[in-house]
Write a protein that binds this ligand. Structure first.
Ligand code: PAF
Length: 286
């Protein structure tokens, strides 16, 4: 079934998605794809802009994927704003919104899982959300297969996810090029995220401490300070701002392996921390 809702087409079935993408492809057009879970904000639109730069047509999927939420996570309360999302996509000159139902994506009898290793087994998000990346991997493999785009854009904000998706595409011979796009930030440095709406006024005021700690640590490591010492101080700064830290670490930017010295490779600093009931993640390059 497909519903054409002005001002841009919004399709719900995989068959209709394939039909539309197929007709563009038959005309020799290049297809860009931005998978999302909706509740779209400027950060998503920077991914759309990146896709637009690299393709003639841009498809955005909106699907809150139950498989990537743990039993005690926020699947039920995750913001669902499809109508507003479609309007925003129209203003961003997106060509098609693909918004499948859970039954479209996981029909009765669905029984396949995707086991991801490498960057998915590095004791970062995977330690705190043990089923998360398997859920991401299965839906991303399906979405990439369904959209059959030339290029798909994912945010660096979910840095571990980006590395896992690159690995997944390579390992499963998915021919879509995977592109990472930089994190968009509020003026005080807080990384844009659909989950920021959960923050109370006080928590929102405290939240930029994460980015402040990351940028300070990146500067000090860049100046040659020992990583262990710098990261210890960064943890103290983040805790002092009221966060409970899940991890705040310096890792190899390509493998996410632990790193003790800057010379061991390109360094990425990654944090996940909770304030009140909200869990925020962020990362930056050194
Ligand atoms: O990053 C997200 O929004 C999601 O994890 C993704 C890639 C759309 C898969 O559901």
């Amino acid at each position: 079934m497909s519903i054409v809702s002005a001002p841009i087409p919004s399709v719900h079935s995989i068959a209709e998605l394939r039909r539309r993408v197929g007709s563009w492809r038959a005309r020799g057009e290049r297809i860009g794809f931005v998978p999302t879970m909706g509740a779209l904000h400027e950060g998503h639109f920077s991914l759309v802009d990146e896709a637009r730069r690299r393709a003639d047509r841009v498809v955005v999927s909106v699907f809150v994927n139950p498989a990537q939420f743990g039993p005690s996570e926020d699947f039920d309360k995750y913001p669902r704003t499809l109508e507003a999302d479609v309007e925003k996509l129209a203003s961003a000159r997106v060509d098609l919104c693909f918004a499948p139902s859970v039954e479209d994506v996981y029909p009765p009898g669905f029984a396949t899982s995707v086991k991801v290793g490498g960057p998915a087994e590095t004791d970062l998000e995977d330690r705190f959300r043990p089923t998360h990346f398997a859920g991401v991997a299965v839906v991303v493999a399906k979405l990439l297969n369904q959209a059959a785009a030339d290029v798909a854009v994912f945010g660096e904000k979910d840095y571990q996810q980006l590395l896992i998706i690159r690995r997944l595409a390579r390992d499963l011979d998915i021919s879509t090029e995977i592109v990472g796009a930089p994190t968009l930030r509020e003026s005080d440095g807080l990384a844009m995220s659909s989950r920021n709406i959960y923050l109370s006024k006080e928590e929102r005021a405290a939240a930029p401490a994460l980015y402040r700690a990351l940028t300070k640590a990146a500067r000090l490591i860049g100046e040659g300070e020992p990583i262990g010492h710098v990261m210890g101080e960064a943890r103290e700064d983040v805790a002092a701002a009221g966060f409970a830290i899940d991890y705040l670490e310096a890792r190899h930017a390509e493998t996410l392996a632990r790193i003790a010295r800057r010379q061991e490779g390109p360094v990425r600093l990654l944090v996940a921390a909770r304030i009140g009931t909200t869990r925020l993640i962020d990362n930056i390059a050194v």
